[in-house]
Design a protein around this ligand. Structure first.
Ligand SMILES: CC(C)(COP(=O)(O)OP(=O)(O)OC[C@H]1O[C@@H](n2cnc3c(N)ncnc32)[C@H](O)[C@@H]1OP(=O)(O)O)[C@@H](O)C(=O)NCCC(=O)NCCS
Length: 185
């Protein structure tokens, strides 16, 4: 499969093409299973159902041959309307290394709901090399900087049970033109 085949239309794509779309409530169970298979903290299926409904405008799935192989969940924090906060990004092992995670994140910036977004934020533990590489690559694609600082700390917030999560900020950036950045990623 060539990445140029990635499309966003609603027609049925030919075999092995990857299609990005908004999640629907019927996707919740598949997304839950995808996250559970990964190294990410799993959430309740109910949480995924809320993401697929109330937060669908800032979440996306990547679908290949009718199967969900990629997922990004995000939201716009009520106090920060110019921020897209990325909660989780997950790509199934068979679809990794093709730029899917990066395209999933960038695809959200073209949504009407993200018209005012000028920064992306997320939290990453220090040892998650894949995430640092992914968000670094997103910053590079958007032509802006990535900054980090400790946010939820092991001792103050996780009662020693979880590594410190560093707050990552990408931006500020200008809103990309529709699909221009995703296609060129
Ligand atoms: C992390 C993850 C989402 C990456 O998905 P992916 O579709 O393979 O990532 P992409 O192909 O879009 O890669 C984007 C960039 O990150 C880099 N990258 C991806 N995985 C990497 C890894 N394991 N180690 C180092 N760099 C990595 C790529 O080289 C690429 O860099 P480039 O654009 O400069 O070439 C996927 O491995 C995954 O689901 N992991 C388990 C869950 C997880 O850790 N999620 C992230 C935390 S929310």
């Amino acid at each position: 499969m060539h990445l140029a085949q990635i499309q966003t239309s609603t027609t049925t794509p030919p075999k092995d093409e990857i299609r990005f779309r908004m999640p629907e409530e019927g996707d919740g169970a598949q997304i839950w299973a995808l996250v559970k298979e990964s190294t990410l903290d799993d959430n309740s299926m109910y949480c995924n159902l809320l993401q697929c409904t109330h937060f669908a405008d800032t979440c996306a799935v990547a679908e290949m041959d009718g199967e969900i192989v990629g997922w990004v969940s995000g939201y716009i924090p009520p106090q920060e309307p110019d921020v897209l906060f990325i909660w989780q990004v997950c790509v199934s092992e068979k679809a990794r290394g093709r730029g899917l995670a990066k395209k999933l994140i960038l695809s959200l910036l073209h949504r009407p709901a993200c018209a005012e977004v000028r920064r992306i934020r997320s939290t990453i533990t220090a040892d998650n090399q894949a995430s640092w590489a992914l968000f670094g690559s997103v910053a590079e694609k958007l032509g802006t900087v990535l900054t980090r600082r400790p946010h939820f700390t092991r001792d103050n917030h996780f009662d020693g049970a979880h590594a410190t999560e560093h707050l990552v900020t990408i931006g500020p950036f200008e809103q990309p033109k529709p699909l221009e950045v995703v296609r060129a990623a």
